[in-house]
Design a protein around this ligand. Structure first.
Ligand code: PSU
Ligand code: MN
Length: 306
């Protein structure tokens, strides 16, 4: 296989891919912009461990010194976690300039999918995805994550989307672009901190084997594109909807008052929600990522067997 000249695949990841062994990609914006230091680094390393325990090889993805990395070292993860918001949040439009300049970038869902696909990785675990923001009918703020899901053949395992987004419009957008939205063990789209949103998913699937089969068939049919698997936060860690929704409404009001826009919007809202809910939302956030890592590893193992 001829790999992209800008891509470095970690030896362990390359070995697994070459032998069709399961690999799970992980994003790095969740490390730099999604959680505070040092919990971000601890979580990133623990997620890698969970993926190994469940039979797959982890590949944390980032841009380091202008190189696309499929498989970061502990040092890379430590640097991204410590630098936090000082690392560029790298979406599709940022990749060329960051690489040309030899800079670092934390990959979003979008760029993690791009680099995972370049490396030959088919399954990716994260917390939440970007989507259509509330008020997008005037701001046109729609995450590039949705467009990437439309085109790039990677399964994204998440805990649904936070209601910092307009969940109904996000589902409409995904439908238009032909992205299957699967509920793992549920008919309802989970809302990240809570197991329910009031919106239906397209299909409920209850086993990793069945998830793998659906994704495999999607690619064999030549349909291409991604698949969004939404995995509800475990009951024990889910939050009170009234508490979390009040924090989200307040965060959105503060963002509007301060004129926050563009790529700052999502990180601002995430940080504000965390601040308004104390440590509770961070604990929930960490636990749902662990839960998604387990499901992604088991699904990647099933996919390798097909
Ligand atoms: N939503 C979350 N947690 C996150 C993100 C979104 O609940 O960490 C991050 C992901 O990296 C996602 C990105 O791809 O934010 C979306 O940013 P934007 O809305 O600017 O496209
Ligand atoms: Mn945006």
């Amino acid at each position: 296989m001829k790999l992209n000249q800008y891509l470095d695949v970690a030896p362990e990841v390359a070995e697994a891919i070459a032998h069709n062994k399961p690999v799970v990609a992980l994003e790095s914006t969740i490390i730099s912009h999604g959680m505070p230091y040092p919990q971000n680094v601890e979580t990133a390393l623990k997620v890698e461990e969970i993926i190994r325990e469940n039979g797959a090889v982890p590949a944390t993805i980032a841009v380091i010194g202008g190189r696309l990395k499929a498989g970061c070292s502990r040092d890379d993860i430590e640097v991204l976690g410590k630098k936090g918001h000082d690392v560029a949040k790298a979406s599709r439009r940022d990749l060329a300039v960051l690489v040309a300049r030899g800079e670092d970038g934390a990959t979003t869902v979008t760029t993690t999918m791009i680099i995972a696909h370049m490396a030959g990785i088919r399954v990716f675990a994260t917390g939440g995805i970007g989507g259509v923001h509330r008020g997008a009918e005037t701001t046109m703020d729609i995450s590039a994550d949705l467009e990437e899901l439309a085109h790039t053949p990677v399964m994204v395992v998440c805990a649904g989307a936070k209601s910092i987004l307009d969940l109904g419009l996000t589902l409409e957008y995904l439908e238009t672009h032909g992205v299957p939205v699967i509920g793992y063990g549920t008919k309802e789209l989970p809302a990240f901190y809570t197991r329910k949103s009031g919106f239906a998913v397209d299909y409920e699937i209850d086993t990793p084997a069945e998830l793998a089969r659906a994704f495999h068939v999607q690619q064999e049919l030549g349909l291409g594109g991604g698949m969004l698997v939404t995995n509800p936060i475990p009951e024990a860690f889910s939050m009170d909807p009234a508490v979390i929704n009040a924090a989200i409404d307040e965060a959105i009001a503060q963002a509007a008052a301060r004129g926050i826009h563009g790529k700052e919007t999502t990180p601002f809202l995430l940080a504000k929600v965390k601040e308004l809910t104390g440590g509770d939302s961070l604990d929930s956030n960490i636990q749902l990522v662990f839960n998604n890592a387990r499901l992604a590893a088991r699904t990647a193992a099933e996919l390798s067997a097909l």
